[in-house]
Design a protein around this ligand. Structure first.
Ligand code: AP5
Length: 215
């Protein structure tokens, strides 16, 4: 099974993907995570994309398509989820081409719909541990000691693109370039819209219902 997780920044794509990995054994392919790893390791790709990511704009299509194609090939025949890709119509059309060539198809596109004020609130409260990658959120999920990771005592950090001005730009970029994909997949009969402003457990339940009905 192949799923696409679609939704604006902070809609819970990463959170829900991790749950689906645990509950259903999906492989999680997140272009954002791949790019952040490249930035952290200061690879050639990382050095190219860092400044773009820090503004909240999209990285060039050819770089992203090359990256995700390689990762999809590594997955082989296993069930996987795309998180953060495709991000515009060019990427969606390219994905269709790749899938036709590989005799694959998208089973469902899960669209996580959340009100904009809630997205800003979630992203401005998000912190992570640079050592173990554990996630925290103020005030929803606080570390035991303020500002410090529960597991390893490391100072927790905010993603550079979670600063408020960058978040506002990421939301604009979503509306301009990514939101047309909602209709693109709706017209193909693939879109399942989930009300994702609720507790994460409720959102997972809604996604599981869609998966069960599809599979
Ligand atoms: P990417 O990493 O894909 O960022 P994004 O889409 O903006 O998504 P986020 O990771 O911010 O949010 P999310 O929806 O995963 O929410 P999360 O679960 O973390 O991309 C980053 C950048 O990389 C882009 O700006 C671009 O530059 C580049 N890029 C990536 N892909 C690209 C592509 N295909 N083409 C070109 N450029 C690309 O949740 C957020 C917070 O909310 C967390 O703290 C979480 O705990 C909390 N939360 C989650 N669910 C709930 C809930 N139900 N209730 C309350 N809180 C919740």
């Amino acid at each position: 099974m192949i799923l696409i997780l679609l939704g604006p920044p902070g809609s819970g794509k990463g959170t829900q993907a991790k749950r689906l990995v645990k509950q259903r054994g999906f492989t999680h392919l997140s272009t954002g995570d791949m790019l952040r790893e490249a930035v952290k390791n200061e690879t050639e790709l990382g050095l190219k994309v860092k400044s773009i990511m820090d503004t909240g704009e999209l990285v060039a299509d050819d770089l992203i398509i090359g990256l995700i194609t390689e990762k999809m090939q590594e997955v082989g025949g296993a069930a996987f989820m795309l998180d953060g890709f495709p991000r515009n119509l060019t990427q969606a059309e390219k994905l269709d081409e790749i899938f036709v060539a590989e005799n694959l198809s998208v089973d469902r596109v899960i669209f996580l719909n959340v009100a904009e004020e809630e997205l800003v609130k979630r992203l401005s409260g998000r912190f992570y541990c640079p050592k173990c990658n554990a996630g925290y959120n103020y005030p929803a999920h606080l570390p035991k000691v303020d500002g410090v990771c529960d597991t390893d005592g490391e100072k927790i950090l905010r993603r550079p693109d979670d600063e408020e001005d960058v978040v506002r730009n990421r939301l604009k970029v979503y509306h301009r370039l990514t939101s047309p994909l909602e209709n693109y997949y709706r017209e193909k009969g693939l879109l399942a819209e989930i009300s994702a402003g609720e507790h994460p457990d409720r959102v997972t339940e809604s996604i599981m219902k869609v998966i069960t009905a599809t599979w």
